[in-house]
Design a protein around this ligand. Structure first.
Ligand code: ZN
Length: 339
């Protein structure tokens, strides 16, 4: 079939895990290590993890995990020095970014959609977008009385924030699809990357009535509608595939043609899927800190995402997961369970 060995290995490990999934409680894959590294004393300095395998775009749960991962290193602390090693990432950095960051205290860390927002006591907010290949490296947090050296600078370390307690947060981005910007905190909802984004899926303004109104009369496939950031914030390909599988809705079904009962079921399922993934990210972060960082991306699988040809995990369904391409992106679904 022309599959490379890596793919075959993945298929084999997935098939092996299907039986376990039929009986065991479902476990989420741990994606978060791909976006966040926390370097601690027990790690040798040369051991900076290198991520080589293809990874998906970070979605809301991964960004939430990264935000929580950098919180201990940044919250309440002063940026003693900001190192900005190039003029741009995906877009040019704001003017004098290093000067504007230096000396500011971090008053809050928040997330809006897939953006991390770092509020500063200067009245500005630092917006961080991981893009496709962006990663955060946290180092130098004091544990006990020891002093922990930082890892050596690496290629693609574009922005390094040296905190006043010697913690360090490094933004590394090989492909430079990430972004950073500064804006007045009071006007953050007007920022061009944020102003058109719909409600947070875990927030109060996202409910059954809202979603029903947004989908009403819409001729686009439900998959595209849920990926539309103007309708709901932060959902990407992985989690929309998972949500539609749980909802039993075919990804190509026209959004406006879905019964109101099924539309209503989408809201709690979206919350459930995201909440589970955030919890998995949080626990992977704890595991990561206790292990050598080699956590099982391959140990757990999504229920449908990236499982083309594998058995459906619904009990008593003997069909295989199929893949179709919608608007240039793969949709994974079970042809029997999803109508
Ligand atoms: Zn099925």
């Amino acid at each position: 079939m022309g599959q490379n060995p890596c793919h075959l290995q993945r298929v084999a490990s997935l098939s092996a895990s299907v039986e376990a999934h039929r009986t065991a409680p479902y476990l989420w894959p741990c994606l978060s290590q791909q976006y966040l590294s926390v370097v601690e004393q027990r790690e040798p300095l040369a051991d900076r993890p290198v991520i080589k395998r293809k990874r998906p775009m970070p979605e809301l749960p991964e960004v939430e995990t990264v935000k929580e991962g950098i919180r201990p290193a940044m919250s309440g602390k002063i940026i003693a020095k900001a190192e900005v090693n190039r003029p741009d990432l995906r877009w040019p950095f704001p003017e004098n970014m290093a000067d504007r960051l230096t000396g500011s205290r971090v008053t809050a860390l928040r997330r809006r959609s897939k953006y991390i927002l770092v509020d500063l006591d200067s009245g500005e907010t630092l917006l961080i977008h991981l893009g496709m290949s962006g990663r955060m490296l946290v180092s130098g947090q004091k544990i006990g009385a020891f002093h922990h050296p930082h890892p050596a600078p690496a290629k693609h370390d574009h922005v390094v924030l040296h905190m006043d307690d010697d913690s360090r947060v490094t933004f590394n981005d090989a492909r430079r699809f990430g972004a950073m910007d500064l804006m007045p905190t009071a006007a953050q909802e007007d920022h061009w990357l944020i102003r058109d984004i719909g409600p947070e899926p875990l927030g109060n303004s996202f409910d059954e009535d809202y979603l029903a109104a947004k989908l009403k009369g819409r001729n686009t496939p439900i998959k595209s509608a849920l990926l539309d950031q103007r309708i709901v914030a932060g959902l990407g390909n992985i989690y929309v595939c998972e949500v539609l599988y749980r909802a039993g809705i075919h990804p190509a079904r026209k959004a406006g043609k879905i019964s109101s009962k099924r539309v209503a079921s989408l809201v709690p399922l979206i919350r459930q899927v995201l909440t589970e993934a955030i919890a998995a990210g949080g626990s992977s972060l704890r595991d990561y800190r206790q292990s050598d960082g080699e956590l099982g991306y391959f140990q757990h699988v999504f229920q449908v995402y990236d499982r083309e040809g594998a058995a459906c995990l619904t009990p008593d369904c003997d069909r295989k997961i199929r893949r179709i391409v919608q608007s240039g992106r793969s949709s994974f679904f079970c042809p029997q369970c999803q109508r």
